[in-house]
Write a protein that binds this ligand. Structure first.
Ligand code: IMP
Length: 415
């Protein structure tokens, strides 16, 4: 096992953390390459629940290398809270490295996120309000600060320069926070984080040249990718395969495999079109049975049937070598299970995922129906196998494993 990427194929919350946790057993390290405190992974180890936002899931294993790459936007206070939380529970097991090139979030990013969302009113994006969009915007606009700036002697001067620009351009920010307090707090954060900060690009290239097996763990999901997702109802980072390279510094020749993670049904938090959404009691049933509430914000997730058109689009662009299907147990006991295999739009059939949100919002799913099943211990019943085989054929890729419960053991390896 060399360098392997794990990508969520939907709108996030596919259960990537769980698959990374499974694959992490066989590898030496885990690398996060995109997203920030907007992300959330829930993991259950020995009946203990862990919610991670910035630290890679490999931290729950002894002796693994955990790298936060340059594509991850870092809120130092969240990161320190996470480090302390793990330390207090004796679970900060492996080594942790933070990229010196990673962009930093400041309290004004959160403020801007909140202000923008309230001004958008009924067109709000439903962001997590963690400041991630404004933070990445600053990076692209060249008015961001990076971890290397945070630990430098010129940090205060740089931050005051940026703040001056911000207040001049956005008078709504003036008087909302005292930048001197921010500087004081961030200087303290930099002392705490300094031991973990390094040139992760150099580290990654050295590790790969030494045949160290590494898992690249994506945050969010492909349909939230800023380039290919349901724009503008997306997050602000590259959650597609390209994020692995731009967010870690490895090159395409070093990546051996790409695995996708799809849920057996679909969920979405925040706004934006969702063709197979179930707005009835049945959607509510899936939400309760699947415990579909956001790890980061606690918001109820919108639920619907598996959309194979959207999932196929994800598989194609990310070039997946196989997929993991999660939460199959949530569909257990139903009379009938549906899978979307096309859209009907203005009387025509569409077999692709349209770019126009107006079109996507009007698409009516065309379903293939499957008889339900009941699990028999760890054996997959015949009807569940037919459901999986259909998905494999439709997507043109193998289902490598399925999860049938939240515990580490509730995983069926199909390889
Ligand atoms: P932002 O990333 O906070 O700007 O939010 C943009 C959109 O991405 C919103 O619809 C969020 O609900 C969604 N989003 C961001 N992070 C996650 C995640 O980790 N899981 C699911 N949805 C997410």
């Amino acid at each position: 096992m060399g360098a392997i990427a794990v990508i969520g194929l939907h709108w996030g919350d596919e259960g990537k953390g769980r698959i990374v946790d499974f694959l992490a057993q066989k590898c030496n390290g885990v690398v996060r390459y995109n997203g920030g405190p907007n992300a959330g992974h829930t993991l259950v180890v020995n009946n203990e629940v862990f919610k991670l936002h910035l630290i890679p899931s490999g931290i729950l294993y002894t002796g693994k290398i955990n790298i936060i790459g340059n594509g991850v936007i870092i809120d130092p206070s969240t990161l320190i809270e996470e480090i302390d939380g793990l330390k207090n529970r004796n679970f900060l097991n492996g080594q942790l490295f933070i990229s010196d090139r990673a962009p930093v979030l400041f309290p004004y990013h959160k403020l801007i996120d909140e202000l923008e969302e309230s001004i958008r009113g009924s067109f709000s994006l439903g962001t997590t309000k963690k400041g991630v969009g404004p933070g990445y915007t600053d990076e692209v606009n060249r008015s961001g600060l990076r971890i290397v700036d945070l630990i430098s002697d010129s940090f205060e001067e740089k931050l005051r320069r940026v703040w001056n620009l911000k207040v001049k351009l956005s008078p709504a920010l003036d008087g909302r926070l005292d930048i001197s307090d921010v500087i004081k707090a961030y200087k303290e954060y930099s002392i705490i984080l300094k031991p973990y900060i390094t040139d992760t690009v150099g580290l990654l290239h050295r590790l790969i040249s030494e045949d160290t097996s590494l898992l690249f763990e994506g945050a969010q999901g492909f349909l939230l990718d800023v380039n290919f997702g349901t724009y503008p109802y997306v997050s602000s980072s590259e959650s597609s395969i390209s994020g692995v390279f731009s967010g870690s510094g490895i090159n395409s020749k070093q990546l051996e495999k790409v695995y996708g993670v799809a849920k057996s049904y679909m969920t979405r938090v925040g706004s934006g079109p969702f063709p197979t959404e179930l707005k009835d009691n049945f959607g509510e049933y899936l939400r309760e049975k699947g415990k579909e509430y956001g790890t980061t914000t606690g918001r109820p997730r919108r639920c619907g049937w598996l959309d194979c058109i959207a999932t196929k689009f994800s598989c194609q662009i990310n070039g997946v070598d196989g997929i993991y299907l999660t939460k199959l147990d949530v569909l257990e006991g139903l009379q009938e299970v549906n899978v979307c295999i096309g859209y009907e739009y203005e009387g025509e059939r569409l077999d692709y995922f349209p770019a126009s949100l107006e079109v996507l919002s009007e698409c009516k799913p065309i379903y293939e129906k499957f008889p339900g099943w009941r699990m028999e211990g760890r054996n997959l019943p015949k009807n569940a196998i037919s459901f999986i085989s259909f998905i494999e054929e439709f997507l043109g890729t193998k289902v490598l494993g399925v999860s049938v419960g939240p515990q580490r053991e509730s995983f069926i390896d199909l390889c």
